[in-house]
Design a protein around this ligand. Structure first.
Ligand code: SF4
Length: 364
């Protein structure tokens, strides 16, 4: 399938609320325990969903996130509206008692297609310490049980930072105990509360990506990375070097058909309706209340720049993998203030830039 990310994103993430009962140490949103009265109303939410649908066919996947989306009483209305419009809808509830089996059942009846939960430790101690609420691990397992009982596909999200690195292999073993569809491994971007967490080194990141690539050849579920698009480079290098066994059947079809990156196959709408290239790249380019989601994604200069690998700087700008990877634009922004700078979490060293012959002769 030819996928044109100039026309439409693969994923639209909508932060339906920023309210959440948890206080996770890595939280991008710095979520708080109350709803913001300026959030999109139910009617505005419907209009946003209609804008998402107007990207055309194939339509983007719609992910309802938070905060904790369960705080919205009109959540099933959103799922139903999107589902009737022909959108595939996923949900990322927080690991609290609000995500009851009854509510998940209601959401499934409305047309929900997938549930994604976060698991950041292989046991209650490590997970609850990360989420900073005792009992979060137990609640997450209840959500997983309900999701599987309802026959909904399960995605597990986990964060890689210095704090979780040592338990990564144990995490991989833990998630493999579930009949999950996708393991989404998120690489820390130092923003929001995550700014207080310690990043791993680029060398450690490379080792993690190699570990994930090797694992992905042996397990029946898909593995994707968020904010580490250089996973694509690691996979491509492994395939080129013939160091990988054949992938498990069915694994590939669970992934986006090509690399998704901030603003490139991906758009984020915050709880106030602001349109950003990613939830980790706080560069609002307009607001969905103006009805311009499609126009902003397709025509805004920042979005267009983020889809142009030749606009990148530093190592990413001269890297032969830049069209496939492009580095995390969110991390570049969080660490340098420039969304087009190189991704410091990548250890790859491309060949030095070669000046055009004309320029060399001019300076001779
Ligand atoms: S240098 Fe940049 S574009 Fe190249 S692999 Fe690393 S992150 Fe990707």
């Amino acid at each position: 399938m030819v996928v044109d990310f100039e026309r439409a994103p693969f994923l639209v993430i909508w932060e339906v609320t920023r309210a959440c009962a948890l206080a996770c140490v890595h939280c991008r949103a710095d979520a708080i325990a109350r709803r913001d009265p300026r959030e999109l109303t139910t009617a505005e939410g419907f209009q946003l969903i209609d804008q998402v649908r107007s990207f055309g066919n194939p339509p983007p996947l719609l992910v309802l996130t938070g905060g904790d989306p369960m705080w919205r009483k009109d959540l099933a209305e959103f799922v139903g509206h999107a589902s009737r419009a022909g959108l595939t809808v996923a949900l990322t509830p927080s690991g609290t008692a609000m995500a009851t089996r009854r509510r998940l059942e209601e959401l499934k009846a409305a047309g929900l297609s997938r549930v994604a939960v976060s698991l950041d430790g292989p046991d209650p101690e490590r997970h609850d310490a990360f989420r900073r609420v005792k009992g979060s691990y137990a609640n997450t397992l209840k959500i997983i049980d309900a999701t599987l009982e309802l026959g909904l596909p399960l995605q597990i999200n986990s964060t890689v930072s210095r704090r979780t690195l040592a338990s990564l292999e144990a995490m991989a073993a833990r998630v493999a105990e579930f009949p999950l569809t996708l393991w989404a491994v998120f690489f820390l971007v130092e923003m929001g509360r995550g700014a207080s967490l310690e990043q791993i080194t680029a060398e450690e990141c490379e080792q993690v990506l190699e570990f994930l690539d090797g694992l992905s050849r042996r397990v029946p579920f898909g593995i994707k990375t968020t904010e580490a698009p250089h996973y694509r480079r690691v996979q491509a290098e492994a395939e080129r070097n013939g160091s990988s066994a054949s992938p498990v059947l069915g694994r590939r079809q669970l992934r986006a058909p090509r690399a998704v990156n901030d603003g490139n196959g991906f758009v984020f709408v915050d709880h106030l309706g602001n349109v950003c290239p990613s939830g980790f790249l706080p560069m609002p380019r307009g607001n969905v209340r103006e009805g311009r989601l499609v126009e902003l994604y397709r025509e805004d200069e920042v979005f267009r720049g983020l889809r142009n690998p030749d606009a990148l700087g530093g190592r990413c700008g001269r890297c032969e993998w830049r069209a496939l990877c492009g580095g995390s634009r969110s991390r570049a922004f969080a660490t340098t203030g420039d969304a087009f700078a190189e991704d410091p979490l990548c250890g790859y060293e491309p060949a030095p830039a070669v000046a055009p012959l004309g320029a060399l002769l001019a300076t001779a």
